[in-house]
Design a protein around this ligand. Structure first.
Ligand SMILES: N[C@@H](CCC(=O)N[C@@H](CS)C(=O)NCC(=O)O)C(=O)O
Length: 203
């Protein structure tokens, strides 16, 4: 049985959502998110930098949400949630998946980290700068969507899971409304039955 170490409203949602889309059985362990627990020898033994999510599948332990999504799709997807490797869309699938974490979510994360590290000395220009960076990323997503239903067109893929959770993070931490193109896409994402089951599972 796959185990996902998670804390509500964090990136483990990607891993849970992938399991739900693929009907893979899993269990969730909600961890104590305090720095004391995350940096304890017990948790560091499975997550050497004290972060969630962590995925355990038999002998395998993973600590990057995007890698978990790709792993689950490759191992259990039976062709679902990704284009085949010789499909020209495969490059876009990889690119949006990586963009979601390395570029988009990282701008939002700078805001979270700054507020967490300096709760009594928030430096407004820093927050403004990273909100601006996150918003440029959001506009890049809106720009490609156009009339497309999902990032790759008609095919819902792991890239939508990756971007979808970056969007939930944008709402919570950038606190700006989405432009209409993103709003419609976000509604489609968050009304998928697998997404609704994901939110239910973590609560
Ligand atoms: N790139 C990693 C980022 C993991 C990450 O930053 N997790 C956050 C929760 S979403 C965390 O554990 N933060 C605690 C901290 O940074 O101190 C991934 O995608 O899994």
């Amino acid at each position: 049985m796959i185990t996902i170490y998670h804390f509500p409203n964090t990136r483990g949602l990607r891993t849970i959502w992938a399991c739900e889309e693929l009907n893979i059985p899993y269990k969730i362990e909600i961890i104590d998110f305090s720095p004391e627990f995350r940096l304890s020898p017990q948790f560091l033994s499975i997550s050497p930098i004290g972060k969630v999510p962590v995925l355990k599948d038999g002998e395998i332990t993973m600590r990057e949400s995007g890698a978990m999504v790709h792993y689950l799709i490759d191992k259990y997807g039976k062709g679902k949630l990704q284009p085949s490797k010789n499909d020209p869309l495969y490059a876009a699938y990889l690119e949006w998946s990586w963009f979601a974490e390395a570029t988009f979510a990282s701008s939002v994360s700078e805001i979270i980290r700054h507020k967490r590290a300096f709760p009594n000395a928030i430096h407004t220009p820093t927050i403004v700068e990273f909100k601006k960076r996150a918003t440029i990323c959001l506009e890049a997503v809106g720009g490609v969507l156009g009339k497309r239903k999902w990032l790759l067109g008609e095919m819902f893929s792991g890239a939508d899971i990756m971007i979808g959770i970056a969007l939930t993070s944008y709402i919570r931490h950038v606190e700006e409304p989405f432009p209409p193109s993103i709003n419609d896409y976000f509604k489609r994402l968050t009304t998928r039955p697998a997404f609704l089951r994901t939110k239910q599972a973590e609560s």
